[in-house]
Write a protein that binds this ligand. Structure first.
Ligand code: PMP
Length: 402
């Protein structure tokens, strides 16, 4: 039996089968390249569901982890540690002036955000506790976050649902107005719906959403688990929402996961100071949240993106890909629409492809299929132009085949 077959057999015995895994064991990564245990090389156009925003084994991140791991490993949040503060300072610089709560994942960041919105809402004359989100959204797998998620498949089997969560269509202002009442504490929205198939929030809708939340004292939460940390060509997805006066539509809370740890488990709930002040001792916590090694890496991600001008790079490569895919005659008849910003792209096919993943892997491409018909590309944002073009060759060849 081959080494790979042996590992697969051991894995199937001991690891729960809750993921649809392909029979490949990844062994090594460097930049935007991966190698499996059989030595086959792949171009990574999905970055581990967006985690590896700077690719695999970035030297600056290795150095940050190594340096911190020789200094202070973990102490718990009874004490202050400087890497947390240095990281939070960068969030205030690149998002808005705010304060951070650290956890390990996107769902935890969203849970913290909803809890904070309820603290705010609970203190108002009419107690506010409900949350409105959107159809086709994804906010995580806890019982509350599956209630917030606008996908019936994610909820199925876990009923009864946590009360207080409703969904409306993205962009449907009338539906939103009807869904909101005096007990609504928060609206949570992804600037670009990721799992739902790369659906950007229309700018006009974001502007109206902000106005409505201000008028009704509702907390606006932007779930930037996918779109944060430069993926869309801006530091945060909401920075694409610019009104007629050039003002950016800011949320009250932004949540992060995935890229904010560059593949390490980091989640952040980042709130405006007046809101953050409500989270007093005893209200929320996370034992390993803000671990110094993770924080030193997270801080460094922002430094690398700034130093290497990766926002511009992501914007340029995204525009290049859209232009290339649109004029590719081999696949034009199969494409319904291409959506996305920066290096967060969705190629919506006219019909659901068969065995997309397997065929892409055969071409040495790691990509993803979501919402049945949407080929999703989210490579490391520091992928080289050459690798990106080579990857796109593989994507085009795959789509032509399926
Ligand atoms: N929010 C969004 C927008 C997501 O896409 C995801 C995961 N795909 C989550 C939250 C949950 O993140 P995690 O898996 O880190 O809990």
């Amino acid at each position: 039996m081959s080494q790979t077959a042996q590992i697969l057999e051991r894995g199937k015995k001991t690891v729960i089968g809750n993921y649809a895994r392909v029979p490949i064991v990844m062994a090594r990564g460097e930049g935007s390249a991966l190698w499996d245990t059989d030595g086959k090389e792949y171009i990574d156009l999905f970055a581990g569901f967006g985690g590896c925003v700077l690719g695999h084994c970035h030297p600056a991140l290795i150095a940050a982890a190594r340096e911190q791991s020789h200094t202070l490993w973990h102490v718990g949040n009874t004490y202050w540690t400087e890497p947390q503060i240095e990281f939070a300072e960068r969030l205030s610089k690149f998002a808005f002036t705010g304060q951070a709560f650290f956890c390990h994942s996107g769902l935890e960041a969203n849970e913290a955000a909803v809890k904070l919105a309820r603290l705010r809402g609970g203190a108002q004359a009419k107690k506010k506790w409900k949350v409105v989100s959107f159809n086709q959204s994804f906010h995580g797998r806890s019982l509350a976050m599956i209630a917030a998620t606008g996908n019936p498949q994610v909820k199925a089997g876990f009923e009864p649902a946590v009360p207080g969560f409703t969904q409306v269509d993205l962009g449907d202002l009338e539906g939103l107005t009807a869904a909101v009442d005096d007990e609504t504490a928060a609206v949570i929205v992804e600037p670009i719906q990721g799992e739902g198939g790369i659906h950007p929030v229309p700018i006009e809708f974001a502007i109206e959403l902000r106005k409505m939340c201000d008028a009704r004292q509702i907390t606006l939460i932007f779930d930037e688990v996918w779109t944060g940390c430069g993926r869309t060509g801006k530091w945060f997805g909401f920075q694409h929402f610019v009104d007629a006066f050039g003002k950016i539509v800011q949320p009250d809370i932004v949540t992060m996961g995935k890229a904010v740890g560059a593949g390490l488990p980091v989640g952040v709930m980042f709130a405006k100071p007046e809101l953050a002040a409500l989270l007093v001792p005893g209200k929320h916590g996370c034992t390993l949240g803000g671990n110094p090694i993770c924080m030193n890496v997270a801080k460094t991600i922002f430094d690398v993106i700034e130093r290497e001008r990766l926002l511009d790079h992501a914007t340029a490569l995204g525009e290049h890909a859209i232009a290339r895919l649109r004029k590719e005659s081999k696949i034009a008849h199969k494409i319904a629409e291409i959506r996305g910003r920066g290096l967060f792209l969705g190629i919506d096919l006219k019909s659901a492809p068969e065995k997309f993943l397997d065929r892409a892997l055969a071409h040495g491409i790691i990509a993803n299929l979501t919402a049945k018909t949407v080929v999703r590309l989210a490579p490391p944002i520091n992928i080289s132009k050459e690798q990106w073009d080579k990857g796109l060759d593989g994507v085009i060849a795959t789509i032509a085949e399926v």
